[in-house]
Design a protein. Structure first.
Length: 102
């Protein structure tokens, strides 16, 4: 499900089962990230699938990338792997107005 940043962030803050997932590269993540996010690089292909498949499927995942494209694809992959609740951040971190770590 695609959410604008206000809905994405407010829903995450009220979600005790929420996990923020950054699907950008490690270099992108090291430069700027949303606090408390975990990083699994979507560009790792099958490696991404293996890592994501190890995550707890009972959690709710709030997924972001730079502009929203990779995270949308990652959400589709996660749905195929059996994740029920995945939320894509529209516009990605490039349009993000919330807290960040540099």
């Amino acid at each position: 499900m695609n959410l604008n940043q206000n809905d994405w962030w407010s829903q995450f803050l009220q979600d005790p089962n929420g996990v923020i997932l950054d699907v950008r590269t490690e270099e992108e993540n090291a430069a700027l990230r949303i606090p408390e996010s975990i990083n699994i690089d979507f560009y790792k292909g099958q490696g991404f699938v293996y890592k994501v498949d190890e995550l707890d499927k009972s959690k709710n995942y709030y997924v972001y990338c730079l502009a929203g494209g990779r995270s949308a694809q990652a959400c589709n992959v996660m749905k195929q792997l059996g994740f029920e609740n995945v939320y894509n951040l529209l516009g990605g971190i490039s349009e993000w107005q919330g807290p960040v770590e540099e």
